[in-house]
Design a protein around this ligand. Structure first.
Ligand SMILES: [Zn+2]
Length: 97
């Protein structure tokens, strides 16, 4: 059975991953959220396994961008993250070590 990891190390920093219901960003419900200062990723607990995996990859890419310290506008970051997520998901079988 597929399980979401509880934590991952990104460029030497530990990020926590939590499943949660009703995640809101600026008052709007969303599938996942990356809290960059807390190094915390939240994933909607009610999503299907596939959707959880896609959301986790998406949020991990936000975390990776944060750890890389590159300066990208919020809109551009969203486009980059979503495109890489789809590409990775469609191209590779992704498993957690
Ligand atoms: Zn995003």
């Amino acid at each position: 059975m597929y399980k979401i990891p509880r934590k991952l190390t990104i460029k030497g920093s530990e990020w926590k991953i939590r499943l949660k219901k009703k995640i809101k960003d600026k008052g709007i419900l969303c599938d996942g959220l990356t809290h960059k200062t807390k190094k915390l990723i939240e994933i909607d607990a009610t999503l299907s396994p596939k959707h959880k995996k896609l959301t986790l990859i998406h949020e991990l890419l936000h975390a990776l961008i944060e750890e890389t310290c590159v300066d990208i506008s919020e809109d551009n970051e969203e486009v980059i993250v979503e495109n890489i997520t789809r590409f990775l998901y469609d191209t590779f079988q992704i498993r957690w070590k």
